[in-house]
Design a protein around this ligand. Structure first.
Ligand code: 5GP
Ligand code: ZN
Length: 138
């Protein structure tokens, strides 16, 4: 994709600090880290969002994610990790080339967590029914 920043990183047109590479996936430091050691993992092929990535690639993507996460944990000696993947603008996706975030976390680092909500009466059951209906085998 001509106007995709991450495709340009894959092609070498834009530099990055690579931390992992195999035939299909590339890991590199995020240019504006949430915390020091924040890495991104992308498929080398262009897919806009997680939901565009073929199911056959999910296993390889997750295996590479695990390798990167283990290396980040060892390198930063962090206490925890946030693994995140934003899908679409409403969820905060800014670069439309699917990518995992691997963000080292430290006890007392002060980074905010997601705010939590509650269900109105019966709302949880309605959503349970609605979501699971899309997961029932045909
Ligand atoms: P998103 O908001 O799409 O989930 O995350 C995109 C991430 O890509 C951001 O964390 C941002 O800092 C990172 N990013 C954007 N442009 C570049 C770049 O040119 N190089 C690197 N290494 N990271 C980038
Ligand atoms: Zn791309």
């Amino acid at each position: 994709m001509d106007d995709c920043i991450f495709c340009k990183i894959v092609s070498g047109d834009i530099p990055c600090h690579t931390i992992y590479e195999d035939d299909e996936y590339l890991g590199f430091l995020d240019i504006r880290p949430v915390s020091k050691g924040h890495c991104l993992l992308i498929p080398k092929k262009h897919f806009e969002t997680f939901l565009d990535l073929p199911v056959e690639m999910m296993g390889g993507f997750t295996a590479a994610l695990r390798k990167v996460t283990e290396a980040v944990v060892k390198a930063t000696t962090c206490d925890g990790v946030n693994i995140g993947l934003n899908v679409n603008k409403a969820a905060g996706q800014e670069v439309f080339h699917v990518h995992h975030h691997v963000i080292p976390r430290f006890e007392g680092d002060g980074l905010s967590q997601w705010a939590r909500n509650t269900y109105d009466a019966g709302e949880d059951l309605i959503l349970r029914e609605k979501i699971s209906s899309f997961l029932k085998e045909e």
